[in-house]
Design a protein around this ligand. Structure first.
Ligand code: CA
Length: 243
């Protein structure tokens, strides 16, 4: 089952054979495919086509694919699924830190690619659909508005990316409770996820850095408490920071 025939995927891949294979598969499953073979044309096509999702090879002939991630992220929340032969942990972390939504190491199977695309699109749709009629969450100096996706620390706005916001929201909604990596992954990334604890570490690290910058007095320093090997816990709203 595929979401809708109108879904446009921007496929950025310099290897013509791989591009043809992936494009054929996607078109077979009723996606509209826009193709680009380098970073510059990827960015131009991104602006021209406003795709629903970007499949991005990191090893491109003109620029590093990470540049594409950064530019797209600066422009908005279009989901990015990185495809790359670089399977080192540091590359995954760099891509996720730059704002990629997920990472698939080459060589990958077509079934796995389809599953990841569906998961990313489903998550994006869920986040969009989820945004109605939710109450503002307050924990100490932190305020999260799930409707406008805005966050404030001590009344000052703090910018979180879409996924950072969702991770923080899920933790905050379960304030006081331990939230396991698996639960966070399934809530934020989708039901196909569960073993990618390193994603959670990356995002929680970014969230904590942003909160720390906005909170020089350190009143929220202990907001997110790691439970090593298991998950994270946001301290309950009324409680003082644990010592
Ligand atoms: Ca390449």
């Amino acid at each position: 089952m595929i979401e809708t025939g109108a879904t446009t995927i921007l496929l950025v891949e310099d290897d013509a054979e791989t591009r043809r294979q992936v494009a054929t598969l996607l078109e077979h499953h009723d996606y509209r495919v826009a193709e680009a073979a380098d970073a510059e044309s990827a960015l131009a096509t991104f602006v021209a086509e406003t795709p629903d999702l970007i499949l991005l090879d990191l090893g491109l002939p003109d620029r590093d694919g990470l540049v594409v991630v950064e530019r797209v992220r600066a422009a908005g929340t279009t989901p990015i699924l990185v495809l790359s032969a670089r399977d080192r942990e540091v590359d995954k972390v760099l891509a996720l830190e730059a704002g990629a939504d997920d990472y698939l190491a080459k060589p990958f199977g077509m079934a796995e690619l389809r599953a990841r695309i569906s998961a990313v699109l489903r998550r994006t749709a869920l986040i969009a659909a989820d945004a109605g009629g939710l109450e503002v969450i307050r924990i100490g100096d932190l305020e999260l508005d799930p409707v406008s996706h805005t966050a404030r620390v001590a009344e000052e706005p703090v910018h979180f990316t879409r996924l950072e916001f969702e991770v923080l929201r899920v933790l905050a909604e379960h304030a006081g409770q331990l939230v396991t990596y698996g639960r966070l992954l399934r809530s934020v990334w989708g039901t196909a996820y569960g073993d990618e604890a390193h994603y959670v570490h990356v995002y929680v690290g970014q969230i904590r850095r942003k909160i720390r910058r906005a909170d020089p007095a350190g009143r929220l320093a202990d907001l997110i408490v790691p439970e090593p090997g298991v998950g994270y816990r946001v301290r309950a709203g009324a409680d003082p920071a644990p010592r």
